[in-house]
Design a protein around this ligand. Structure first.
Ligand code: GLC
Ligand code: GLC
Length: 651
């Protein structure tokens, strides 16, 4: 790796050479919008050294490096000049308020366009619903052109520039983004950049033998290389096919396919791939995306003899993409999707890499604590691992379109006297109905016959016990299930970061087993928790006597409450020692407000000692903001089954 002084020197030299060429190339456009061009130049100069260092580190050995460098900058310039004015205004606004996403007013939602509203036009009509819920962030699941039939829920992209015609067109997307932004809702889209579908133009050309496009992927004539790599690879989708490579009859070759066989991994060791994907990224940015979800970040760089996950170059690539975004689409933030070991999750988070990240550890451990009724692993892990670098935020979620994997750290588990392997087995059994006294109705995902590993599918409500309780017709069990659902939400709404609601969960949507009858979906149990929007449920939301209405009313009340608490600004949070194995608690304080949150993970009432209330709450008299009830540190605080309190000191 080149040293810093050398990079500085060479960066200056290269900019001196490349800038006049760029200025000449864009002379006309620059003259037409002088101010915009100057802003571009200023940002490029500011970010240049970092960008140059990263690109030299990744591609400096290529004889044609300078050509790629120039083309990458030209792409950035082109994209900036084409950036719509409303986004340039947003860029300026965000630059003066870079911490905007740390606000307690932030609340996220995620949905599929087709399943939620049919088309993009239909989705625009749902704007009042999103506002009623209080969303300020809307993640639309992949909506670009994909192959017919199985497309991994849109994650096999055939074009990053054309919207799936069944949903609408790219202009509909851009208009939606603008309209939603004017109502305070930021658009979030995926950048599925680890792989394309086998129908992407590049893949088609590779199939036809085009050598340049073959180099966009990992294509091997025989098993020699695949066998050598597979010695150290993890299998991600073992029920799709064993190993990570797919034999293509039409090419007489093996193609690297980490996920489904029709998802071809891109070869980022090739600078042309980085350049091409950078152009696609900037195109997506200009459609009005404010937060870009970087899909499957862990897998983007391969190195023989390793797991080919979380390689140092993966970080350099993301940082290089990030720097380009800083230059040509500065309002856009990156969100990392790394569902891996907690140390690795953290490694992607930073102001220069991904400012935002899913928090798969909190998600998994909330379910873990629900199953065991004990919070020791949750409390220990959050105490150790919740803190993020300045300027970064967690996305806290309970369910997503994906499965649940038990990604906690083994040593953390052992520290609290839990056998990690046995515990994972228990959790799988608990959530997929192989543990007799479980309340959950989940379905196994990707069980590996060799290792016995599995992950879990299921909707929030079904995993939290509502499905089973309704079938049993037992009002008491229904009550407990709804309490679980609300308690989990009370935590992600108050712990710090952006809470993300998997739309449908706000109405208590249950598992949908009809996927098993659809050949394009039957092999992938994640469809059990990707149901069509249930209009009946949605209509019931204003009827508090109904179950959907009960959940919806409580959840929207919690959301409104969150938005009024300055203490929830930013991610700083201190886990408390509750002294009760069933109580998880933490303190938040900011702008003169202090909140003590305590949640009961058992179906029995539990007590928090009065002394601890005083010590952590820093007071004697408190109000629970959720129920409005008063309590005093003179006595122990009693929490009902699955109750969560947000205690504020009484002035
Ligand atoms: C991400 C997505 C998942 C998809 C995979 C391959 O993990 O969340 O749904 O299967 O990437 O794109
Ligand atoms: C694996 C991957 C993760 C992906 C998931 C999809 O867990 O690590 O990125 O979301 O598979 O099921």
């Amino acid at each position: 790796m080149a040293d810093a002084a050398w990079v500085r020197e060479q960066a200056a030299l290269s900019l001196g050479r490349v800038w006049p060429r760029l200025a000449a190339r864009f002379e006309e456009q620059a003259a037409a919008s002088r101010e915009a061009w100057q802003a571009f130049e200023a940002r490029l100069r500011r970010e240049w050294e970092r960008l140059f260092g990263l690109l030299v580190g990744l591609y400096g050995e290529h004889y044609d490096f300078f050509y790629h460098l120039e083309e990458i900058l030209a792409a950035a310039a082109r994209s900036w000049l084409a950036r719509p004015d409303w986004l340039k205004d947003l860029d300026a606004r965000r630059e003066t308020d870079p911490a905007w996403f740390q606000s307690q007013r932030m609340v996220g939602g995620v949905c599929y366009v087709d399943l939620f509203a049919g088309t993009l036009a239909g989705l625009r009509e749902q704007l009042p619903y999103f506002k009623e819920l209080g969303l300020t962030y809307l993640h639309l699941m992949p909506l670009f052109e994909v192959p017919e039939g199985n497309s991994d829920g849109g994650y096999a992209v055939s074009s990053y520039r054309r919207v799936d015609p069944k949903l609408g067109a790219i202009d509909d997307l851009a208009e939606l983004a603008r309209e939603f932004q004017s109502h305070g809702i930021s658009l979030v889209l995926d950048f599925v950049f680890n792989h394309t579908s086998d129908e992407h133009e590049w893949a088609q050309r590779a199939r036809a033998g085009d050598p340049e496009c073959r180099d966009y992927y990992y294509i091997f004539p025989d098993r020699t290389m695949p066998d050598a790599y597979e010695r150290t690879l993890r299998e991600i989708f073992p029920t799709v096919r064993r190993g990570s490579f797919t034999y293509r009859e039409d090419m007489h070759s093996w193609v690297w396919t980490t996920f489904n066989s029709f998802q071809w991994d891109l070869n980022y060791a090739n600078p042309s791939v980085f350049r091409a994907m950078a152009e696609e990224m900037l195109f997506i940015a200009n459609a009005g995306v404010e937060i870009l979800r970087l899909d499957a970040v862990a897998f983007i760089w391969k190195r023989m003899g390793t797991s080919c996950e979380n390689q140092p170059e993966a970080h350099m690539l993301i940082q290089a993409f990030n720097t380009l975004a800083r230059i040509a689409a500065p309002a856009m933030l990156f969100k990392s999707e790394a569902i891996v070991h907690p140390d690795d999750v953290l490694s992607y988070i930073g102001p220069n890499e991904c400012q935002i990240s899913y928090n798969p550890l909190l998600m998994a451990l909330l379910w873990e604590a629900l199953a065991t009724r004990e919070v020791k692993l949750l409390a220990y892990s959050m105490n150790k691992r919740f803190k993020l670098p300045h300027g970064c935020a967690w996305i806290n979620y309970l369910r997503s379109h994906d499965d649940i994997g038990w990604t906690f750290d083994n040593a953390d588990a052992e520290y609290v006297w839990i056998d990690p392997a046995g515990h994972r087995k228990f959790l799988n059994a608990f959530y997929i109905g192989r543990f007799e006294r479980s309340f959950a109705r989940g379905v196994p995902f990707q069980e590996n016959p060799d290792t016995g590993d599995a992950r879990v599918s299921g909707t929030l409500a079904s995993l939290a016990g509502l499905e089973q309780a309704i079938q049993a017709g037992d009002e008491q069990l229904i009550d407990l299930a709804v309490r679980r659902i609300l308690m989990l939400h009370s935590i992600i709404l108050s712990i710090g970061g952006i809470p993300l609601i998997y739309l449908g969960d706000e109405l208590g949507t249950l598992n949908d087993y009809t996927y098993a009858a659809n050949p394009a979906k039957a092999g992938d149990s994640r469809w059990v928790h990707r149901p069509l929007l249930d209009e009946q449920r949605m209509r019931l939301r204003h009827d508090p006597a109904s179950r959907p209405g009960w959940i919806f009313a409580e959840l929207t009340r919690l959301i409104r409450l969150r938005k009024q608490q300055p203490a929830i600004w930013d991610g700083a949070m201190d886990v408390i020692e509750s002294g009760n194995p069933h109580l998880f608690g933490y303190v938040r304080h900011n702008a003169g407000q202090r909140l003590l949150v305590v949640a009961n993970f058992s179906e029995q009432p539990q007590e928090l000692d009065g002394n601890r209330l005083r010590v952590y709450g820093l007071g004697y008299q408190f109000t629970d903001l959720i129920t409005g009830q008063a309590c005093s540190a003179d006595a122990a605080l009693r929490l009902e089954p699955y109750q969560c309190v947000w205690l504020e000191v009484k002035p």
